[in-house]
Design a protein around this ligand. Sequence first.
Ligand code: F6R
Length: 247
Amino acid sequence: MNLIKAENYQDMSRKAANIISAQVIMKPDCVLGLATGSTPIGIYRQLVEWYEKGDLDFSRVSTVNLDEYRGLKHTDPQSYYYFMKQNLFQYINIREKAVFVPDGEEMDAEKACKNHEQAIQDLGGIDFQLLGLGKNGHIGFNEPGAAFEKDTYCVNLADSTIKANARFFGSVDEVPTQAYTMGIRTIMHAKKILVAVNGEGKAQAVREAFFGPVTPQVPGSILQMHPDVTVVADEAALSQLPDVIHK
Ligand code: F6R
């Protein structure tokens, strides 16, 4: 695991965006796995800036998103598809047909998950997956206890995740209770993985995921077994590392 230390959120965003840019430049027709949430907003802003400057071209890139709430349409402002459009896709020259987010509107969970997995297969797999880390150690919506060997599936969200995500909704009651998410196996098949983490609220999750035992109780800990993982974390997120790492 390659650990890159960043000063703060802005620095983390620039460093992570640099790594993604390198991927797009090295392989212009790459398949990027993308995440939503607060963490990647600054990364996407930076990528848009470099695109506008003419430094990046997304015309041959394809993207697959990690997850989507079950029951939300693409046009719902709380959907992850909408988030991606608002924060990245509408500003860059990505082809609409090259963008894959699990279909939240498809209530047949088996079908929705199969379709997403098939889209990934048809693209030839994920070259580069961007991940955030949940406060409870989740990746995608693979909550503590999730089996490591799953492909895209329908998950019941943990209460802590529903509470954490309520900030994007009017109230906690409006947060969907289920989501479609890439499973751990799908994520682990990505050729390269970049985890971006910031803030003190993630310090315990960082310590447990990257410096503790590999266990389904901390889904992110499985990333220790991946051959090509980079973690970009700010000082606050690294504030609880075991003493041995500081020395
Ligand atoms: C988002 C996702 C989640 C988030 C995680 C961190 O697509 O899959 O695992 O990456 O919940 O969320 P933020 O960045 O909002 O702290």
